[in-house]
Ligand binder design. Structure first.
Ligand SMILES: [Zn+2]
Length: 401
């Protein structure tokens, strides 16, 4: 990894193999508009409905960069949509706290952590052509990881049935040694490690439906049989990883990684088939005690950087599957963590539909409708994985006790 070889920061020299987005002009400048003051009072859920927690923080606003698609307005749009849908009074709002150095370095190398901290202390800059750091990004990144831990711990302590960490910057591209792809620290991986190391969980499943492969999460847990990582993503697309033959370390964690790369244009039908025929059987075989979801909404048909064709209803169908498996296997314990999603209307509608389902409501109306174009046939991809993936074939998977 590039960062491992560096003793000092040279931000101009650190470049990705390929960029996630066309390089935008990213001058250092003013921080974007501030998020409306969030209501931090805890609310009781409506009788008979699920108890759902959200964790967010106004200070995520401080990590924003003019002209970049991953900006503070994303969470503003989500906040407005939750408000318009009348959901705030039903949700438990938990305060975020920063992740500690020990929690972050349980997943990331000290050198990588030091680069983010030092770059912020110098006033900000770019780690690569996609990934920026502002003067306040160190604080925002620690809070994003800490908010995700807070949400995950609320699930295991019984404070809520399910939850959604509405965080920025996103995390799933950050590897153990490298911030990349808009991501500084891997929020979901840091939270999963806390569940495993501090709370004694032995099996956690992470499902990643962001349109990009969750390479960072895969790398971090590739040799860890306690974490099943499932990613469904467009291929070929940034970051170029996530092939079907990447199935976990053959000695330590055979079958504990399940990648489903899909062709451009895949939409509601393809994703639903993949969830029913691949992700569901894999999760049932793995028997997780808790499910975490890397919830990116950039597979929506209107996303400016994603080539897929999911609708908001399509995302809702995926969430329904996930909630069903959580009920069946994990006493309902499931936590969502925001990743990508750059069409603000689709992002906001996707999060609202997810929250409604978490609360035990219906998904509501899809304000954007379907893409309309025919979808590619993915049955051959499903058939190949069902016949070859260690977790999906008889006796191909080393069962945990
Ligand atoms: Zn993405």
């Amino acid at each position: 990894m590039l960062h491992d070889q560096r003793q000092s920061i040279d931000i101009q020299a650190i470049k990705p193999v390929s960029a996630k987005t066309p390089v935008a002009a990213c001058p250092r400048g003013t921080i974007g508009a501030t998020m409306p003051a969030s209501n931090r009072q805890a609310h009781s859920s409506v009788n008979g409905m699920m108890t759902t927690a959200i964790v967010s923080d106004q200070r995520f606003d401080l990590h924003t960069w003019p002209g970049h698609v991953e900006h503070a307005g994303r969470l503003h749009a989500i906040q407005r949509a939750i408000q318009s849908a009348g959901l705030f009074s039903r949700l438990i709002q938990l305060p975020a706290r920063p992740a500690t150095d020990a929690e972050i370095t349980a997943v990331h190398s000290p050198q990588m952590v030091r680069i983010v901290r030092q770059l912020a202390s110098y006033g900000g800059g770019q780690i690569d052509s996609d990934t920026y750091v502002t003067a306040d990004s160190w604080d925002a990144a620690c809070l994003a990881a800490g908010a995700t831990i807070t949400m995950a711990e609320a699930l295991v302590t019984g404070r809520c049935h399910n939850g959604f960490a509405l965080v920025r910057p996103p995390g799933h591209h950050a590897t153990d040694t490298r911030s990349m792809g808009f991501c500084l620290f891997n929020n979901i991986a840091i939270a999963a490690r806390v569940l495993l190391d501090r709370h004694g969980l032995q099996r956690v499943a992470i499902v990643d439906f962001d349109v990009h492969h969750g390479n960072g999460t895969q790398d971090i847990f590739y040799r860890d049989p306690r974490v099943l990582f499932c990613s469904i993503h467009a291929a070929p697309l940034y970051p170029g990883t996530g092939a079907a033959h990447e199935t976990g370390d053959p000695r330590a964690a055979r079958g504990a990684t399940l990648n489903v790369p899909l062709p451009y244009g895949a939409g509601d039908n393809a994703y639903d088939q993949v969830f029913q025929q691949l992700i569901g059987p894999a999760i049932r075989r793995f028997r997780p005690e808790l499910i975490l979801v890397s919830a990116g909404f950039d597979a929506h048909w209107s996303d400016p950087i994603g080539p897929m064709a999911l609708s908001v209803n399509g995302f809702a169908r995926l969430v329904q599957h996930l909630l069903g498996w959580a009920d069946e296997l994990c006493a309902g314990r499931i936590g969502f963590v925001l990743e990508g999603g750059y069409s603000l209307p689709a992002l906001a509608a996707g999060v609202v539909a997810t929250l409604r389902l978490l609360l035990g409501m219906d998904a509501g109306n899809d304000p954007l409708g379907r893409a309309g174009a025919p979808e590619p046939d993915v049955s051959h991809i499903i058939a190949a994985l069902r016949s070859q993936h260690p977790l999906l074939v008889e006796s191909g998977f080393q069962e945990l006790p």
